[in-house]
Design a protein around this ligand. Structure first.
Ligand code: HEC
Length: 154
């Protein structure tokens, strides 16, 4: 059963673990194994929309499509994803964009939580250190580019 509160709590614990450098890759929250798994997950489930290198497939991810929705943005650190704390990223992967009138499908039923987190780990592994540092700082917000933020996770 999907329990959003438990998911968010677990994701927060994961992000908190990033404060302990010895746990992950270069002081980040994830392990090499997660990045490797995430790469495979991303290729099979995400790349067709977000691009093979998570670079996005449109010239301007801020520009709405004719139907009013937003195109899939880059996730490689060049766009907006780094504004979202881990619980929010996980929520987007699980539930998709429907909550925000978005087009992204949710992967809560198709991917295990391990795979969902790994996919996030992989695209975060593309982020420069400075971007990651800003993301990991408490000031990072969870606002969405395409809609007002839902109730704040924290
Ligand atoms: C069918 C196309 C499609 C697929 C497949 C897809 N996405 Fe998305 N994604 C989108 C769109 C479109 C958005 C913009 C918000 C919206 O419209 O829902 C988005 C937004 C996101 C965001 C928020 C980015 C931001 O800047 O706020 C994340 C994170 C994300 N996707 C991760 C993933 C991951 C991880 C996968 C694979 C498990 C994936 N997406 C698969 C279309 C897709």
């Amino acid at each position: 059963m999907f329990d959003p509160a438990a998911e968010v709590q677990a994701a927060e614990q994961q992000q908190h673990a990033s404060m302990q450098p010895e746990r992950g890759v270069d002081g980040r929250w994830y392990s090499h194994g997660q990045v490797a798994l995430g790469h495979a997950v991303f290729e099979s489930h995400c790349a067709r929309c977000h691009g093979e290198r998570a670079q996005g497939l449109v010239a301007n991810w801020r520009q709405r499509l004719p139907d009013g929705s937003y195109p899939p943005p880059p996730l490689d650190g060049s766009a907006h994803a780094w504004h979202h704390a881990l619980p929010m990223l996980l929520q987007i992967v699980q539930q998709g964009g429907a909550r925000y009138d978005g087009k992204m499908p949710g992967f809560g039923d198709q991917l295990s939580k391990e795979e969902q987190l790994a996919a996030i780990a992989w695209f975060q592994s593309l982020w420069p250190d400075e971007t990651y540092r800003q993301w990991a700082s408490p000031a990072a917000s969870s606002d969405m580019p395409f809609a007002p933020p839902p109730q704040r996770v924290k």
